[in-house]
Design a protein around this ligand. Structure first.
Ligand SMILES: NC(=O)c1ccc[n+]([C@@H]2O[C@H](COP(=O)([O-])OP(=O)(O)OC[C@H]3O[C@@H](n4cnc5c(N)ncnc54)[C@H](OP(=O)(O)O)[C@@H]3O)[C@@H](O)[C@H]2O)c1
Length: 308
């Protein structure tokens, strides 16, 4: 791959189909980085460690590449390439994932931004005091995003407004073991139930036991990265609860299931707000730009206009 302009890479599963490809030129103009190019890189979910190393080494060695945003692959990429980085931030080391890659003074830097960006998105639609009522959290998928959101809820949210209990339901046990060690290091493992399951029929009754007001999250990628929903169509969301689908494109069956029960829910949120916070944080980091509230609103307005 020959590059001849300042490049921000985007590593994902279907990165070439993301909304950001249409938005980036307009955002770049608003941010004063016109001439910068976004390069989407699609990698299959079963990419092997050698494949990840080839991609990350290329990004590191090409001086045109200013940095990258990594989605979906962020845990497996750090597993396969940690020795290629000169520096990893505290969250990357703690969570074992890298979602933001940047360069500074010749150093190749990996950061994990989901605790910050997922947290900002969540705090925008889960009102202050929400968890004081005893509401809990059920999160399907304990990958990079699911675990980071749990960490935000249990460690970063104000102490009087944290859920009493978070359940993380994940397909493989190995990933749950990794989550357990992170949660133990943070001293919050006793507030988290780790469940190994991928059968929707077993998730429905689990959701039915949640207290009113609970937050239910689809962080599996189902609906976008693979078809389906972690729930069946018969599942009942909690009264006054909040449903959060982390994605905003694809056949989002979880979002459809929640939307059909909108009347009894406090909120049904998709991944657009998370997208805005995630991208603005990484662009700010990679290009050394401070993105304040006014600029964030401007980027959001550009994004919403581009959806029409
Ligand atoms: N809107 C945004 O800006 C935004 C930001 C972040 C993430 N996202 C989206 O959120 C999704 C998750 O992101 P991520 O980075 O956390 O990806 P990830 O690291 O691949 O995590 C997905 C997790 O879901 C688990 N899983 C898959 N199918 C499952 C099922 N049927 N039941 C239970 N667990 C299941 C996987 O388990 P195993 O690995 O154990 O198989 C994996 O741990 C992706 O689709 C991503 O695009 C969107």
């Amino acid at each position: 791959m020959t590059r001849n302009a300042d490049t921000l890479a985007f590593v994902g599963v279907t990165a070439t189909r993301s909304w950001i490809n249409r938005l980036f030129p307009q955002w770049a103009s608003a941010l004063g980085i016109t001439g910068t190019v976004l390069e989407p890189i699609d990698l299959p979910l079963d990419t092997d460690p050698a494949g990840y190393r080839a991609v990350i080494a290329d990004l590191r060695d090409d001086t045109c590449v200013r940095g990258a945003l990594v989605t979906t692959h962020k845990v497996r990429i750090l597993d396969a390439t940690s020795d290629l980085f000169d520096e990893l931030d505290e969250h990357a080391r703690l969570l074992g994932e890298v979602s933001c890659i940047s360069k500074s003074d010749g150093r190749f830097i990996g950061q994990a931004k989901d605790v910050i960006t997922g947290g900002r998105a969540l705090d925008a639609f889960v009102p202050p005091g929400h968890f004081a009522s005893g509401a809990e959290v059920l999160c399907f998928g304990a990958g990079g995003a699911g675990l980071a959101i749990a960490v935000h809820l249990l460690v970063e949210r104000p102490a009087a407004d944290r859920p009493r209990r978070v359940a993380l339901v994940n397909r493989t046990a190995a990933r749950l073991d990794a989550c357990q060690s992170v949660l133990e290091r943070l001293g919050v493992a006793d507030r988290v139930e780790l469940v190994c399951n991928e059968v929707p029929e077993e998730n429905d009754p689990r959701m039915a036991t949640l207290p009113d007001g609970s937050l239910v999250i689809n962080a599996t990628g189902m609906g976008k990265d693979r078809p389906g929903s972690p729930l069946t169509d018969a599942a009942r969301f909690p009264e006054g609860g909040i449903a959060w689908e982390l994605n905003y494109r694809g056949k989002l069956r979880f979002l459809e299931q929640a939307s059909r029960q909108r009347a009894q829910l406090k909120a049904v949120e998709d991944g657009r707000r998370y997208f805005l916070h995630g991208w603005s944080e990484v662009i700010g980091e990679v290009f050394g730009i401070r993105i304040d509230g006014a600029m964030l609103r401007r980027l959001s307005a550009i994004a919403e206009a581009e959806r029409l």
